[in-house]
Design a protein around this ligand. Structure first.
Ligand code: ATP
Ligand code: MG
Length: 405
């Protein structure tokens, strides 16, 4: 049967008191963004529910998009029928006849938001149930745990029938928790960190450091493609590419190799903070997980974090690699992340990075460098682009690459 609308139930935002209106408005905005290429839809975000009128559009691709929007608890594709009991009976029987298989059980669950309707909920349950029993042969009523619960909602503008409810993505509407930057590499962890940040309502902008000619155009494109994978949750994401070559070359030339990595990270963090501040970001997210590699010991985090007072948030800090990979697979970033285009850190990775760098030493080595000049020049070379749902950057080279394996 052709669904006429999707009824959307809000998630956690229902507990937010007077901020509720902001949350609903933002969710409405995000849903419109996510569905922008379905112009026939009419989206109405009311206080208790959101209604997406399909106007002839197929419900399936719309629901696929919807399932990625944070702030939605669940949704049901529904059929709107005129407020005429005979019509409702007919459609209800048709819906169940389509689902019928041997032994199928059902019940009717009617609700009225319009209490002036001529029948009450018990009368409607009886009438519709009786009609279905008569017209769908073999079907049985079961009040406790039936196979199908047909929900009937009587509203002023029509009667809505649905029997399926799908889980939404949960979380909070992106944008309701403020803005931040995400340090996005081409690896497995940072896209997952970005996903988790967005899930809690944070509007993120990507900061990616690249080092031409040591890193290829493909490495940059991979980071953009990873960003594109995260756009369905928000519609679009700003991608900020920061040239990092001069900084890495200078550090390599002037600093003992044990501190290369610590100093590179300190520069990354400084730059991320400056970019965040300029763009009204309140925090920096990254994909660090405790103990994963040399740069991710507590000593190392302390020596790196020394350069900023802005909150540095690490959504995957306590996860095992397998747990992170599981999420990466769920959000479809894993296969892309494991493609081996070297990013700037791999290229300049020292053979034996210190796992317990000292803050004092990091500061001491940095005195040999023109920190401000290096930062200024990197900032001057920033390129910002907007990445939208469906954008592609790898241009089929993934397959070309697969052939080489
Ligand atoms: P990832 O899988 O996210 O690359 P990782 O385990 O490989 O993480 P590192 O390479 O040590 O860890 O990087 C730690 C974090 O530093 C990353 O999660 C990311 O947030 C940030 N980072 C590393 N390289 C870059 C880069 N080129 N551009 C932006 N951020 C980076
Ligand atoms: Mg990495």
């Amino acid at each position: 049967m052709q669904y006429t609308e999707i009824m959307v139930r809000y998630g956690e935002l229902s507990t937010k008191g007077k901020n509720r209106r902001n949350f609903i408005d933002r969710l409405g905005f995000n849903v419109r963004q996510a569905l922008h290429d379905f112009p026939a839809l009419v989206i109405k975000a009311h206080r208790d529910r959101m209604h997406i009128q399909l106007n002839g559009e197929d419900a399936t691709p719309v629901m696929a998009r919807l399932s990625q929007v944070f702030g939605i608890q669940n949704f049901s594709p529904s059929i709107r029928v005129e407020r005429d009991v005979e019509k409702v009976k007919e459609v209800a029987a048709q819906m169940l006849a389509e689902k019928y298989h041997e032994g199928l059980t059902f019940k009717i669950n009617t609700r009225r938001s319009d209490h002036n309707f001529q029948y009450d909920t018990n009368e409607l349950n009886d009438m519709l149930g009786g009609h279905i029993l008569k017209n769908v042969s073999g079907i049985k009523v079961k009040m406790k745990a039936p196979d199908i619960t047909l929900r009937v909602e009587v509203r002023v503008n029509g009667i809505y029938l649905s029997y399926e409810t799908f889980d939404g993505a949960g979380g909070l509407p992106v944008g309701t928790a403020g803005k931040a930057v995400l340090m996005l590499s081409g690896g497995i962890d940072s896209p997952v960190a970005g996903y988790l940040a967005m899930k809690r309502g944070v509007d993120i902008e990507m900061v990616h450091f690249f080092s031409p000619p040591y890193t290829s155009e493909q490495a940059l494109n991979k980071a953009k493609e990873l960003t594109a994978k995260l756009t369905p949750y928000v519609g679009k994401i700003q991608f900020i590419a920061v040239p990092f070559t001069e900084i890495q070359e200078t550090i390599k030339e002037k600093v003992p190799s044990g501190y290369l990595m610590t100093l590179q990270r300190r520069f990354m963090l400084r730059l991320s903070e400056l970019i965040a501040r300029k763009r009204n970001g309140l925090a920096i997210f990254n994909g660090e997980a405790l103990g994963q590699v040399a740069s991710q010991t507590l000593e190392s985090m302390a020596a790196i974090n020394d350069v900023t007072t802005m909150p540095v948030l690490r959504p995957v800090v306590s996860m095992d690699k397998n747990e992170i990979i599981k999420i990466a697979q769920d959000i479809d970033t894993f296969d892309l992340s494991i493609q081996p285009f070297e990013d700037c850190c791999t290229v300049f990775a020292p053979p034996a990075p210190k796992t317990k760098p000292k803050i004092d030493k990091a500061r001491y080595y940095e005195e040999r460098l023109d920190v401000n000049g290096l930062i200024e020049r990197a900032l001057a070379g920033i390129e910002v682009s907007e990445i939208k749902i469906g954008d592609e950057f790898m241009h089929g080279k993934q397959e070309a690459f697969a052939d080489l394996l």
